[in-house]
Design a protein around this ligand. Structure first.
Ligand SMILES: [Zn+2]
Length: 154
């Protein structure tokens, strides 16, 4: 039996045992609860097993496009603060990328939603103003440039 199966069966067993202990195993509501927990557990397991798609030239191109958008955001942030040296924050970059978005300031949850996401599950690092932003996938998946998640400029 695989891991998913074990987790689902364990959840069901726990609920059935719990229901007997509480003395309402034969009531409709207990069965409803068991079904609910069974499907909830199944959903959780499906989420745990969800993996970002593996790299393809199309997805790598999307990631490169994100990196270019991020870099343009960095340039915009630099223009706004009047210099392009040193570090830069996601708040500055996203504010430059989404000028009509008024809820970004000191709002980490909203910022997280607005940040571009690598389609293969890589994580982005802004780098300093002098560097290009990077994706954690980078060029590790083979040397083929069409699978590389990195840019040299915009
Ligand atoms: Zn990427």
């Amino acid at each position: 039996m695989n891991k998913k199966g074990i987790i689902i069966v364990s959840a069901v067993v726990l609920v059935v045992v719990g229901a007997f202990v509480l003395g309402f195993a034969d009531s409709e509501s207990a069965i409803g609860k068991i079904r609910y927990i069974f499907f909830a557990a199944k959903g959780e397991v499906a989420n745990l097993g969800a993996k970002a798609p593996s790299n393809t030239p199309q997805l790598a191109a999307q990631c490169k496009e994100n990196l270019k958008r991020i870099q343009r955001g960095k340039v915009g942030a630099g223009e706004k603060r009047g210099n392009n040296i040193g570090g830069v924050t996601w708040e500055e970059v996203c504010t430059a990328m989404f000028p009509t978005e008024v809820q970004l300031k000191s709002n980490p949850a909203r910022l997280e939603q607005m940040k571009p996401k690598c389609p293969c599950g890589g994580t982005y690092q802004l780098g300093t103003m002098q560097e290009m932003p990077k994706c954690s996938i980078g060029a590790t998946q083979g040397s083929s440039s069409e699978l590389t998640h990195a840019i040299a400029g915009i």
